[in-house]
Every structure is written in C-alpha cells, then in structure tokens.
Design a protein around this ligand. Structure first.
Ligand SMILES: *Cc1c(COP(=O)(O)O)cnc(C)c1O
Length: 357
C-alpha cells in the first residue's frame, strides 16, 4: 500500500527544466554562458577543503558583505538556497490557510504557482497587458482582504518587460501596508531603463516591501544556488525561522563573497550582454517578429499557439530555447556566437514565413 500524500499536490504543475543535450546551444535557462571568474573558482576550491564541516547556518560573512554592499543593516538581509527558496519561504511566513491569497501577474515566473501551492495557499493570477507588461492597475484591483503576499517580477520572467520606478511606486503606495510585496529583481543588473526601479531603495521607507536578488544570473553562479532577500528585520527574522537549516552550502557562500568582491568585472559583462540583447532584438524585429523591449538577459517571442512548434524547430536546428504553453518562447541571450546560431535559425526566410502572421 502506498503512503497517503497530500492530494492537492496532484495539481502542482511539474517544473519544466530547460532542456539540454550535448552539442546543442543552450539558450533555455537564462544562465550566464561565461565560466565563473577565477576569483570565484579559487574561493570554491579553497572551500572544498572544509566540506567535512557544516556551513554557517546564519551565513554571517555573506550577509555582512551584502549589507555593506547595499548600505543596509545586517538584520535586513537573509540568504537562501537560490532566491527561489526564498520565494517559497515568503509564502510560508505569510500564508497559513488555503483561503490565503498570493497575487501575481501571469505569465510570470514559473515557480510562483508552485511555491504557492506547496505553501497550501491560493494563487490569484492577473493577466499581463497585450504588450506582455505587468498591468499594475489590474494587480492593485485584484487585492482583497484575503491577499497575504504579492509577487512583482520586475523585469518579468519570461517576457523581459519592466515597469519603471514611478509606476511601481504608485503601485506600492496603493497596497495596504499589512500585505507583503515581493519585488523579485533577479534580473536587476540588466535593467537600463532611465527610470530604473531599485527595490532596495523603495523598501527603505516601506516595511512591507521585500526585495529578492540572486547570484544565479548576472553573477554567474546558477549551479551553486545563492539568492538573497532585503527587507524589514521582522520579515527577515521570520524568513530565518522557516529556513531549511544549512541549505546554503559552504561552496556557495564562499563563491558569493568572492563574486561580490569582483562585481565590477561581472557587471562589465552585463554591458556586453545588454549590447547583444539589443542586437538580437533588432535583428528579430527586422525579420518581422513582435518582440517586447527586454530589460533582462533574454527576449520574448509571443508566438501564441505556435510556440511549442517553434521550440521544436529551433531544437532541431541545434538551439534550445524555452516555449511556454500557448503564450510564447523565451530565448536567453548567450555569447555572440550562440546568439548568431539562434538568429541564423529564426531569421531564415522559411522559418519567418512559418511562424509569422
Ligand atoms: C532565475 C530567477 C530567480 C532565481 O533563481 P535562483 O537561481 O533560485 O536564485 C528568481 N526569480 C526569477 C524571476 C528568476 O527568473
């Protein structure tokens, strides 16, 4: 006889990992193509010598370094096993009943519906605008007295679109202060808007705002799993309570500290990536695709019902991209050669004819 498992888990959409196979160009998971910096690799290999010991469960050194970097207090920072773990922990600290609502735009980050369900809460999804941008008025209008948590993914994964500081500020000020608002800034380092919203700044005067950032994207450490939350000490203290003990391992802590020290080198890399993003988008637009302006390390092709087919065709051409249901296809920006491989496929005349109206 099989043990009884929570029946509501049956409805959790299975997480679809980015596909991978030898020789293919992998533009499916928003990873950094470049290898870690030598300083990070050195810190990792030094930490290897002490992996017989548990890591620091309080992550003191990294939290102190982040607090210094962001000019916030030590007790304003929590570190998680990737910021996706922090997403789940944020549901855990705010929701205690299935009638509690977690509000977010859709389509957005795939983890939000999953962590909401795992946390035994109810997801409320608000459609993006026709231009694949957060509809902040609709989001504000969807707040009820059951709303406990709001995820705002900015820039939005998978569409790449971002809302500016003025619009975001208006939204934050319209939400009742007892509701926790999560500004998920996983792609913060790639934003080049003149009105660039900085969640840490917005959160300074708003104790119900918590910001998530990660070492997985611009800092190039996706394989080590380190993300962090910046917020009011009450929120951070609660996150520490539900944190899975020792889940941020030694190698991850060491690499994150080294990467933070070497951030200027890493952030120079983002300038190159942003230039490539604009080059790829321009080429796709010229070839006739609709591509919303992106502020992240990927672009979005709203291909609707043809998304899966486009993903298959691209994989057959040796380039793995990520189709999302009948909504669109997300294409990560890689190095120039990888981007050229994708453009070679996508701007082919037969492909354009097949996937455009
Ligand atoms: C990639 C991503 C994250 C975080 O990833 P971790 O690797 O778990 O830090 C968080 N939010 C969004 C929207 C992302 O795209």
């Amino acid at each position: 006889m099989t043990a009884q498992i929570r029946p509501d888990l049956d409805s959790i959409p299975a997480y679809t990992p980015g596909r991978s196979y030898p020789g293919a160009v992998k533009l499916a998971s928003n990873e950094t193509t470049l290898a870690p910096l030598p300083a990070a690799a050195k810190a990792i290999s030094e930490a290897v010598d002490v992996v017989n010991r548990y890591p620091d469960n309080q992550v003191v050194e990294l939290r102190a370094a982040l607090a210094d970097f962001l000019d916030v207090g030590f007790d304003n920072v929590a570190v998680g096993c990737g910021s996706v773990a922090l997403c789940q922990e944020l549901v855990q600290i705010t929701c205690s009943s299935v009638t509690d609502e977690v509000l977010f735009a859709w389509r957005s980050f795939e983890a939000y519906p999953i962590v909401t369900k795992v946390g035994n809460a109810t997801a409320v999804q608000v459609p993006l605008t026709h231009d694949s941008v957060h509809d902040m008025d609709a989001l504000a209008a969807a707040v009820t007295d059951r709303t406990k948590l709001i995820f705002v993914c900015n820039p939005n994964n998978p569409t790449g679109t971002a809302v500016g500081a003025a619009e975001l500020t208006r939204f934050l000020d319209s939400v009742p202060p007892h509701i926790l608002i999560v500004l998920d800034e996983a792609y913060y380092e790639y934003v080049r808007l003149t009105d660039r919203p900085d969640g840490v700044e917005l959160g300074r005067t708003r104790p119900n705002v918590v910001v998530l950032r990660t070492f997985s994207k611009a800092y190039g450490l996706a394989g080590l799993r380190v993300g962090y939350a910046v917020g009011d000490p009450a929120v951070i203290g609660a996150l520490l309570k539900v944190h899975i003990p020792f889940s941020v391992n030694r190698l991850a802590q060491a690499a994150a500290i080294a990467s933070l020290e070497a951030r200027h080198e890493l952030l120079d890399r983002t300038d190159l990536l942003v230039a490539e993003r604009e080059r790829v988008r321009d080429a796709l637009v010229t070839a006739g695709y609709r591509v919303p302006p992106s502020e992240a390390n990927f672009v979005w092709l709203p291909l609707g019902a043809r998304s899966a087919e486009f993903g298959e065709a691209s994989a057959e051409a040796g380039v793995l991209v990520r189709p999302y249901g009948a909504d669109g296809v997300r294409v990560t920006i890689g190095d120039p050669a990888e981007n050229d491989a994708f453009l070679h496929f996508a701007t082919d005349r037969a492909v354009c004819a097949r996937f455009q109206d």
